[in-house]
Design a protein around this ligand. Structure first.
Ligand code: CU
Length: 277
C-alpha cells in the first residue's frame, strides 16, 4: 500500500495535467479503425498497424495488381496467337524470393519489439485479478483486500452516461499513469479479458493464470467485452475500467475496502448463522 502511494507520488505531474479531460473509449456504430489509444502499448500497436504495416501491404497489393493488369493486357490471346514457351527465369526467381524475405524481416523487427513490450510486464504499481464466470467478472485487488463482482447493467436501468451492453454495476478502477498488472483466470469455461483502448486481450482459462499489463495515460471510462465465446450470455459480460486521478483512486480504494470488509463479514455471519439453525 505504502509502495503504491510512493509510486503514484513519484509520477510526473505533467502526466496528471495531460490526462485532465475525462474521456470515454467505446466502440461506435460503423467504426472502421481502432479505438483511440489510451496506453503506451496501444499507441505502439496503432502506429505499427496504421503507419507501418498498412503502407507496406497497400504498396504490395497495388504492385501485384499492376503486374496482373500488365500480364492480362500484354499476354492476352489476341496479341499472342503463338504462346511463349518460356518456363523459368533464375535471376527473377531469386529476386522474388529475396525481396519478400527482406520485407518480412523488416516487418518482424518492430513486430517482435511490440510483442516483447506486451509480454514482459514492468514492475507493477497495482495488481488486479480478474476471474471470468458465466457470465460476469469478479475482480480482486489482492494487495488491498478488495473484491467485487461486475455485472452488466440491464438496459432499463441505464443511467445517462452509461452505455448499453458495456457499462457494469462495479467498474474496475485504476489510477492514471500507474502500471497495472492484470492476472486473468476463469472458474468455469474459457473467457477472455479485453480492453481495446489499452491494447489488452488475454484468455481467462480455468486452472491457469494469465498475465497482462497496461498503463492508462488518461482519465476516463474504457470499455471492453469478453472475447472468447463462453456460452449463451457471452455478449452480456462487459468490462468497464474507470481511470481516475490518483486522489480519486485512493478515495475509491478506501470505500471499496470498507465495502469488501463489510461483505466478507456478512458472508461469515450468514454462514455461522446457518450452521446454528
Ligand atoms: Cu465470453
Amino acid at each position: 500500500m505504502t509502495r503504491l502511494f510512493r509510486r503514484i507520488a513519484a509520477m510526473p505531474a505533467s502526466l496528471f495535467l495531460l490526462a485532465a479531460p475525462a474521456s470515454a473509449e467505446a466502440p461506435e456504430p460503423w467504426q472502421m479503425g481502432f479505438q483511440k489509444a489510451a496506453s503506451p502499448i496501444m499507441e505502439e500497436t496503432v502506429w505499427f498497424h496504421d503507419w507501418f504495416l498498412m503502407p507496406i501491404i497497400t504498396a504490395i497489393s497495388l504492385f501485384v495488381l499492376a503486374l496482373l493488369l500488365i500480364c492480362v493486357w500484354r499476354f492476352r490471346e489476341s496479341a499472342n496467337p503463338k504462346p511463349s514457351t518460356r518456363s523459368h527465369n533464375t535471376p527473377l526467381e531469386i529476386l522474388w524470393t529475396l525481396i519478400p524475405a527482406l520485407i518480412l524481416i523488416a516487418i518482424a523487427v518492430p513486430s517482435f519489439r511490440l510483442l516483447e513490450r506486451q509480454l514482459v510486464i514492468p514492475e507493477p504499481d497495482l495488481t488486479i485479478k480478474a476471474t471470468g464466470h458465466q457470465w460476469y467478472w469478479t475482480y480482486e485487488y489482492p494487495d488491498h483486500k478488495v473484491e467485487f463482482d461486475a455485472n452488466l447493467i440491464p438496459e432499463e436501468k441505464l443511467k445517462k452516461d452509461q452505455i448499453r451492453l458495456l457499462s457494469t454495476d462495479n467498474p474496475v478502477v485504476v489510477p492514471v499513469g500507474a502500471t497495472v498488472r492484470v492476472i486473468i483466470t476463469a472458474s468455469d469455461v474459457i473467457h477472455a479479458w479485453a480492453v481495446p483502448a489499452f491494447g489488452v486481450k488475454a484468455d481467462a482459462v480455468p486452472g491457469r493464470l494469465n498475465e497482462t499489463w497496461f498503463r492508462a495515460d488518461r482519465i476516463g471510462a474504457f470499455y471492453g467485452q469478453c472475447s472468447e465465446l463462453c456460452g449463451t450470455r457471452h455478449a452480456y459480460m462487459p468490462i468497464e475500467v474507470q481511470v481516475l486521478s490518483k486522489e480519486g483512486f485512493l478515495r475509491w480504494l478506501a470505500r471499496a475496502k470498507r465495502e469488501s470488509a463489510a461483505a466478507a463479514a456478512q458472508k461469515t455471519e450468514t454462514k455461522t448463522g446457518g450452521e446454528e439453525s
